[in-house]
Write a protein that binds this ligand. Sequence first.
Ligand SMILES: O=C(O)COP(=O)(O)O
Ligand SMILES: [Mg+2]
Length: 252
Amino acid sequence: MPITYSGKTGFHEEAISLTPALVVFDLDGTLLDTHADLVESLNLTIAALDLAPVTYADLTHLVGHGAKVMIERACRLRGHPLSESELPPLLERFIAHYTDTMPGHTQPYPGLIAAMDTLKIEGYKLAVCTNKLESLALTLLRKLHLTGYFDAITGGDTFPVRKPDAQHLTGTIERAGGILARSIMIGDSLNDIAVARNANVPSIAVPFGYSDVPVETLRPDRIILHYDELTPELVETVICDFARSNAVAASR
Ligand SMILES: O=C(O)COP(=O)(O)O
Ligand SMILES: [Mg+2]
């Protein structure tokens, strides 16, 4: 059974404390180190326009809003803003190459699997909320034998809106059978911390992903340097501290 926080007694608080907590992960740069494959497929894509390759350092400014935006930004960076008709064949080229080479060099970050195993054993729910196209996220997670961990996997095209719009996260939580008051969001970039703030859910940032600014400046509720730190106790503490500061703010 998950450890529960001891809020005020009463039917409502008790019902909340008995609901298993849900840990929602971003994908690129949070669950999985995808950078080598993203850069490779992106460079093969823009090579169709004879554009020079982008680097890993460039990726931090390109990634975060899905493949379409990443291709558009890479072309603009290389001095070729795309016209509307140029994008669809490039997107197709990217999707085909990225899918064909999966899982490529992509790997879970150190300690992730052990942390997820512990959370699952303790009764926690897990989900993925990524701006990657849903089909790419599903195929990649399937090829890495990870889909079984998650109660929901949603992408940038699953709902009419995507991160940082709150509805991407609230929709993911609903699909996973979680509740807002017992959920946390873990991510590497602005969109993840912003979606959590917009949905009124606490956030944990990881510094090893693709943020173009230091994650401290995003003001997450916590930062973890390694997945060893992602324990049931930490999840409960973050949820409890967040509920407490919300209650203090409401009483002012
Ligand atoms: O693929 C992207 O652009 C972003 O993906 P993420 O939301 O999993 O970081
Ligand atoms: Mg990310």
